[in-house]
Design a protein around this ligand. Structure first.
Ligand SMILES: Nc1ccc(C(=O)O[C@H]2C[C@H]3CC[C@@H]2C3)cc1
Length: 227
């Protein structure tokens, strides 16, 4: 790891740590009753705070604010679902106090999300959990997801590639250092990004079905997902 790479690593991890889901949101998980409506409102709060955390993290990715402003928006809108699922998978499989995980799983299952999305969602959560990613890997993988050059409406893709490439190189080196006994670990991490992309489709269906049943979203979620 070069000096520059170490500096980049510290900036990304610092940004990733700076913003966590507010405690009051996770506390409500245990308090509110179990109606579908209450569960949906809780997930709306979780998703809204996840998106707020995502925006703050993204602004702290070195070089992001120097990109074309329209492209900044295109990257955020294009990656919000993937970054949210990546972070919620990490929170779900690790960070939460024991009881919370089961409760959150129960609430997700009973929030009006169709069964066909529930299965891929928890499969993804499980596959992320099995990787036992360290914080540096989680932060870099999230930044790499956000800096995907081929999102819709990105005009200067090269500029995004120039930011993403050094992070992919750094993650590759980190994986070799952190998991010497597992040479294919880096490839497994990138495989998660492919699995993530499939969740975009399910997520869009989920939003539509909620909208059709006249469920209320927050202004931030409406703006980032054009609903
Ligand atoms: N009104 C909404 C409520 C929840 C979501 C959402 O994506 O929820 C995600 C957050 C975590 C729990 C379900 C998924 C993962 C979107 C709109």
């Amino acid at each position: 790891i070069t000096k520059e790479q170490d500096a980049l690593m510290k900036l990304i991890v610092e940004a990733y740590n700076k913003h966590q889901i507010p405690q009051d949101v996770t506390k409500k998980l245990l308090q509110e009753q179990y109606s579908t409506e209450e569960n949906f409102l809780l997930l709306t709060e979780i998703a809204t705070s996840q998106v707020q955390v995502l925006v703050e993290f993204t602004k702290n990715i070195p070089g992001f604010l120097s990109l074309d402003h329209e492209d900044q928006i295109a990257l955020l809108k294009g990656s919000a679902v993937e970054a949210m699922f990546l972070r919620s998978a990490q929170v779900f499989s690790r960070k939460m106090p024991k009881g919370h995980t089961e409760v959150l799983e129960e609430r997700i299952r009973k929030s009006g999300i169709s069964e066909e999305f529930i299965t891929p969602l928890f499969n993804f959560y499980k596959s992320v959990g099995e990787l036992h990613m360290v914080l540096e890997e989680q932060a870099l993988l999230t930044a790499i997801t956000i800096l995907t050059p081929d999102r819709p409406y990105v005009r200067d893709q090269q500029a995004v590639e120039r930011l993403q490439e050094p992070m992919v190189e750094l993650l590759k080196k980190l994986c070799v250092l952190q998991h010497p006994q597992e040479p294919q670990y880096f490839a497994r991490l990138l495989g998660r990004l492919t699995e993530l992309r499939t969740l975009n489709h399910y997520h869009a269906e989920m939003l539509t079905s909620w909208r059709v049943n006249d469920h209320k979203f927050t202004p931030l979620l409406c703006e980032i997902w054009d609903v």
